[in-house]
Design a protein around this ligand. Structure first.
Ligand SMILES: [Zn+2]
Length: 290
């Protein structure tokens, strides 16, 4: 986004930091909306799964409904917060002041990655950061168990983990490249926080953009993956990153020669544990949401 040109002469010009923080807040709002998209499937699943007693069935439906209600409430509260209102008002004022900002004529910005940028610069306060991420606390035993299950289920995966250091490494071949994922877990403020980074072994020339694409897919994580077993399944889904076709355009490479490096949980047609991650190009996924 070329804000300097677009807003030249505007007395209400924001600083670069204000723009990054605003884009990060919009990204977090989008993330809350994304999380609501699985609701119809979750409802259907909660009414059709086997229950021992009517009470158990009711409990399942009620839990699903309450989670959805909380998600909608959270989205609406954030959407009407002073911080988001300020962004809408600023955007409106800028469009009025400069007709070149008409959406049909203006430039586009990346949809994701702003939360990371804002965090790097220390722009988000802890409260805002923690609203969006963090899963249930993870004990050392649970971590060992999840890792042991992983290598049992996928014998072609090479994995090592150090529960005291709260760190795990997972590597496997993805067609022509060997990917190595590093997962760190931090229990803090009654929540577990996950960080995932990916590299190739040995480092291969020309893979930087490809790996950066996967890294950004992890940092944005549109589906709720803040528990270790689900996160590990997401990692495993990258085994096909150089051969899988995008779920939307059905091509391996998009027009800009990007791989389908985004992974999202597929629709609910089976119990949650069996849901699979589907590959998408970021451009196709963003287009489908627009
Ligand atoms: Zn595509």
């Amino acid at each position: 986004m070329d804000t300097k040109d677009a807003l030249a002469g505007d007395p209400s010009l924001w600083s670069e930091e204000e723009y990054i923080l605003s884009l990060a807040r919009i990204e977090m709002l989008q993330d809350k909306l994304n999380k609501l998209r699985t609701a119809p499937g979750d409802f259907i699943h909660s009414t059709t799964k086997t229950a021992e007693t009517p009470e158990e069935l009711y409990q399942g439906i009620s839990t699903t409904f309450n989670a959805f209600k909380d998600g909608v409430g959270d989205f609406l509260t954030t959407q009407s917060s002073p911080e988001i209102k300020k962004i809408y008002e600023h955007a409106e004022a800028c469009i009025k002041a400069d007709p070149d900002l008409d959406p049909a004529r203006s430039k586009t910005v990346d949809q994701y990655g702003w939360v990371d940028k804002a965090k790097e610069r220390g722009l988000l306060n802890n409260k805002e950061e923690e609203k969006d991420e963090g899963g249930p606390l993870l004990s050392n035993e649970e971590m060992s168990q999840a890792m042991a299950n992983l290598v049992q289920k996928y014998p072609w995966v090479k994995a090592s983990w150090m529960v005291e250091q709260r760190m795990a490494e997972i590597s496997f071949h993805a067609v022509t490249i060997r990917l190595r994922f590093k997962v760190t877990v931090e229990n803090r403020n009654s929540k577990a926080w996950y960080t995932v980074s990916v590299s190739s072994v040995p480092p291969k020339h020309g893979t930087d953009a490809f790996l950066a694409g996967i890294n950004s897919s992890f940092s944005q994580r549109p589906s709720p993956v803040n528990d270790l077993p689900t996160l590990l399944e997401m990692i495993i889904s990258y085994q096909t990153v150089r051969s899988a076709k995008c779920t939307i355009c059905n091509k391996v490479l998009d027009d800009k020669l990007n791989w389908p490096d985004l992974r999202c949980l597929g629709p609910v047609s089976s119990p949650a544990a069996e849901r699979v991650y589907l590959p998408y190009h970021k451009s196709c996924f963003a287009g489908a949401q627009a």
